[in-house]
Design a binder for this molecule. Structure first.
Ligand code: DC
Length: 206
């Protein structure tokens, strides 16, 4: 069984994907991490994230980079959004994601285009959303918890910018697959979102 969990930044899709993977005993891939690694690598090689050739060269990042904490920073998230616009980058990361999705026994993947491009055949497709304000509050609390001081308004503005870029790019834009179930977490706590998602998926499999 393939479970595709798509949605914008800080919608709760990562938390939900991880919980579903645990509940159904499936391996999980956070595909945003791959784009974040490319974004970080482009910076490390002194390239420009908006340049397609530089971004493609950065797809050859060392595996160890995937566990670097810096990938979780807002600035790397922004670079990831910029490199993800280039079709050559998306193509370079396709096989790895496709192989993970189609491994025997199934998998859970979260990202932006899992249900539309990477695994259109997925048995379960969730499109997780939440208001920009709710997402900014969550990201703000998470960053404060990590000892980082950032302004809520700056986070909100950055999220809105990334949403616009992710939704308006020509190649594999962020949008729900026609057969995806929309799952709005705006008024849910983390625990409520997890519980509701498991229930929804169980319902879909019955
Ligand atoms: O989910 P995230 O915030 O870690 O993703 C970072 C960026 O990577 C996001 O702004 C767009 C890009 N991305 C993508 O284009 N396709 C995916 N499947 C996952 C992420």
């Amino acid at each position: 069984m393939i479970i595709a969990v798509d949605g914008p930044t800080a919608s709760g899709k990562g938390t939900i994907a991880m919980a579903l993977a645990k509940h159904f005993g499936l391996p999980h891939l956070d595909t945003g991490l791959l784009y974040r690694a490319v974004g970080r690598q482009v910076e490390l090689i002194g390239g420009d994230a908006d340049n397609g050739e530089n971004a493609l060269a950065a797809c050859e990042f060392p595996e160890g980079l995937l566990s670097d904490d810096i990938l979780r920073s807002e600035s790397t998230g922004s670079l990831a959004s910029r490199v993800s616009v280039h079709p050559a980058v998306r193509q370079a990361l396709y096989e790895r994601q496709r192989a993970f999705a189609t491994q025997s026994g199934g998998a859970v993947l979260d990202g932006r285009d899992i249900g539309t491009v990477i695994a259109p055949e997925a048995e379960v497709k969730l499109f997780v959303t939440a208001s920009v304000q709710a997402r900014a509050h969550r990201r703000h609390a998470e960053m404060l918890g990590r000892g980082l001081s950032v302004r809520l308004e700056d986070i909100e503005a950055d999220l809105a910018r990334r949403d616009a870029r992710d939704m308006n790019r020509a190649d594999a834009p962020l949008k729900p697959a026609p057969d995806a179930l929309l799952f709005d977490t705006t008024s849910f706590s983390r625990e409520q979102a997890i519980e509701a998602a498991i229930e929804v998926v169980q319902g879909m499999l019955r």
